[in-house]
Design a protein around this ligand. Structure first.
Ligand SMILES: [Zn+2]
Length: 373
């Protein structure tokens, strides 16, 4: 943080977002841009009578286009609630899905077991897309060495990459995602830049911090996204947005029907994600994911601000487990503990410190949503 201009500490008077987001903007009442923006999102009418009709025509579209095909849709599944429940719904709606699970080498056994239980009981076809570990390890290590906060970028670019490749291979016109509005919330761009799928930044980091030529691990950036969307005509669909989806109810349902198991923390279906979000991000980057989650929950009325402030006083990680986690991660990367510590102690960086396509990508999606979504 040597070159950054230090600003005085300030916390939002309404939620709990604070100057740990370097781009936060406060109004004259001390309220921040995040909770005001999210409030607007929540005020949009979402569940109207129209939704049922929209869902019906969406399902019809998939059925009609996929009539003579073995599969009419491809579903990516992580083992988490949203994606598992979406697979169940697609079967219930009478679709013919192919289910794909991407394995980046870090998946927790519980997540994998959840996937297997679900596809077995539903009787749907399932493929595991295993990333080449030697190559993926190099890519992720390059990100670790670059000291950028977005260690998850290689995974987040490989997921759509492997889905598009699988869709093309099996001639499937639709990719159905479990992504939904209710999972949306507050997240500063510097904390989660990887969601933008910036292939320019991705290639820059791999080139700078490894000697690797990426050959096997798929990734999607702006141009390949355009290629798949417009040339290959593969469409992403988000059907949960047309249902009155309730995550807690879905979780209970999955437990009862499929012996589905919970693995605790948000996004902790992978060991590296858990370590990164609950330890590296708050400790090294001063970016505490819980802060953004709690801020969202304050805005949606699920928790009080006092509760959130108390909660944030707790350590974000389990200090008894962290040594074992570090040993596991170093071993997995085939580096020494000292080397891992050395990377973790490099000065923190964000996407702004690297060549990127942020403006172009944001413009594209704004345009795409306007005309095609
Ligand atoms: Zn706020």
């Amino acid at each position: 943080m040597m070159n950054k201009i230090e600003r005085p500490y300030q916390i939002c008077s309404y939620c709990v977002m604070d100057t740990s987001d370097e781009d936060i903007i406060f109004d004259k009442n001390g309220r921040c841009n995040h909770c005001k923006d999210f409030e607007k999102v929540l005020q949009q009418p979402r569940f109207t009578s129209d939704n049922e009709k929209q869902l019906e025509s969406l399902i019809n579209l998939v059925k009609v286009k996929g009539k003579s095909r073995k599969y009419d849709c491809l579903l990516g599944i992580s083992g988490g609630v949203d994606s598992c429940y979406t697979v169940y719904l697609c079967v219930k709606w009478g679709l013919k899905p192919l289910v794909m699970h991407m394995d980046n080498g870090w998946n927790s056994e519980i997540a994998v077991a959840n996937v297997k239980k679900l596809v077995t009981k539903l009787g749907v076809d399932y493929v595991s897309y295993v990333l080449d570990w030697t190559e993926f390890r190099e890519i992720q290590l390059a990100f670790l060495k670059s000291s950028i906060v977005d260690l998850e970028m290689p995974t987040d670019l490989a997921i759509p990459g492997s889905l598009y490749k699988t869709a093309v291979k099996h001639k499937i016109p639709f990719i159905i995602s479990g992504g939904n509005y209710s999972g949306e919330g507050i997240l500063p761009l510097t904390w989660g830049y990887h969601v933008l799928k910036d292939a320019k930044l991705y290639r820059h980091i791999v080139k700078k911090h490894s000697t690797l030529k990426i050959k096997k691990v798929p990734y999607v950036g702006l141009w390949s996204e355009i290629y798949y969307k417009f040339i290959k005509r593969i469409k992403y669909l988000y059907p949960l947005n047309y249902t009155d989806y309730n995550k807690d109810e879905a979780r209970e349902f999955l437990k009862k029907e499929f012996d589905w198991q919970d693995y605790g923390g948000k996004h902790h279906e992978s060991k590296i994600t858990g370590f990164w979000q609950s330890y590296a991000m708050p400790v090294k980057y001063n970016m505490d994911y819980r802060r953004a989650t709690l801020a969202s929950q304050i805005v949606s009325g699920q928790v009080t601000r006092d509760y959130a402030i108390e909660k944030l006083k707790e350590l974000p990680y389990n200090s008894d487990k962290i040594e074992a986690d570090k040993t596991y991660i170093a071993k997995k990367y085939a580096i020494s503990r000292e080397e891992l510590e050395q990377y973790l102690s490099l000065p923190p960086k964000t996407y702004k410190d690297f060549p990127n396509q942020q403006k172009l990508i944001l413009k594209f999606y704004e345009w795409y949503r306007k005309f095609f979504a």
